[in-house]
Design a protein around this ligand. Sequence first.
Ligand SMILES: *Cc1c(COP(=O)(O)O)cnc(C)c1O
Length: 437
Amino acid sequence: MPSIPEPSMETLALLGGVPLVKEPPAPYRSMGVAERDAVLKVMDSDCISGFYGSPGDKFLGGKMVREFEDAWCERIGSKFAVSVNSATSGLIAAVGAAGAGPGDEVIVPPYTMSATVVAPLFYGAIPVFADIEEETFCLDPAAVQKAITPRTKIIIAVNLFGHPAQLAALRKIADDAGLILIEDSAQAPLGSEGGRKCGTVGHMGVFSLNYHKHIHTGEGGIVTTDNPELAKRLQLIRNHGENVVESWNMDDITNLVGLNFRMSEISAAIGIEQLKNIDVHVTRREDIANKLSDAVSGLKGLTAPVVRTGCRHNYYCWTMRYDEDLLGVKRSTFSQALTAEGFPHGAGYVRPLYRLPLFQQRKAIGGDGWPFSLGDYRYDDVACPVTERMYNKEVILFEPCVFDLDAEGAEVMGDAIIKVHRNLAALREWEKIQSHD
Ligand SMILES: *Cc1c(COP(=O)(O)O)cnc(C)c1O
């Protein structure tokens, strides 16, 4: 093994030196022989999907789908698992199953993937934004408490980047106020709080199996719940429920106008194999993240991701916080220097979602204006200062999920951060010159 040169001895690549990361990291491939064999078996069976959208035996899907759902319950620890064709579908199904209707308010964080916050719109419900905590970037229970009104029906907490939100606290708030807590656990399989896995503390948990997540089926999702009534409603929304409510003798048929959110047998067969290896897929991301956190620990002005006591962080993203005042260099400059060193990363994560045109212009579904009464709710004066600060100034993130890095590869990435940090004085000079140009 060639030893890595002492980072401080090198000129920054941004200033004409040699990039520390010689080769862009290869993408992570999680598909193996087992997945391929499982797919071929399904092909040979000639049953590519086992679903029918009418009452009867096939309403709940084929053999692989049911097997996958059972395995998911077993591994994640929920009573029911309802597979769907994406987490986006899963969120829509969960909001519908919770009984949201026109004018109902759904409390959401603004710092997440957009699917979290648009799901309520399909039922005419109103997303209400509450701020996040600076340590974990997840919903702040105090902000949630403040956002509750007589019209609030649902809280959607996101276990962002793989770290649990304050799930027990949020569940208590929900229970005390008679609300439903949905966990968006798309990024958090095997994440946990106090020994309880993400996706099992809320009334429902939604997981993603898209290509970028820890384990995947190309596209896909799963909704977990312990409540048989919610499970039934999820199954109906997944598969043309309007055809089935009569034969199931349902009284409350609200929101059971079904869709086609069904998972194919091929996807389920892949999912079964991926789930068998979930520990491998998750721990390798944790290993990469721990290397990066080691690199950053002790560097003034950079804060490694915090793991709250009793929690497991699965590091869908490894997210450090940048202190511009302490470092005396703009985050954008530091980020440019990291890019030049070959460290692939993002600055800021997503723009706070209330700034999306659909919220600012109050135009979503149903043409001009809102489909149903939005009351006086406006999005131009949403106050989420922590989210704004994370987006504008503090967050720098790396996606362990995307890359195939061994221990040495992860160490080189960490060294790239160290190298840039040791050259802050040179960066300050460079910034000055840039601003004179
Ligand atoms: C990926 C993701 C989704 C959407 O997942 P799909 O399966 O692509 O629909 C929703 N929420 C969060 C937080 C995500 O990261």
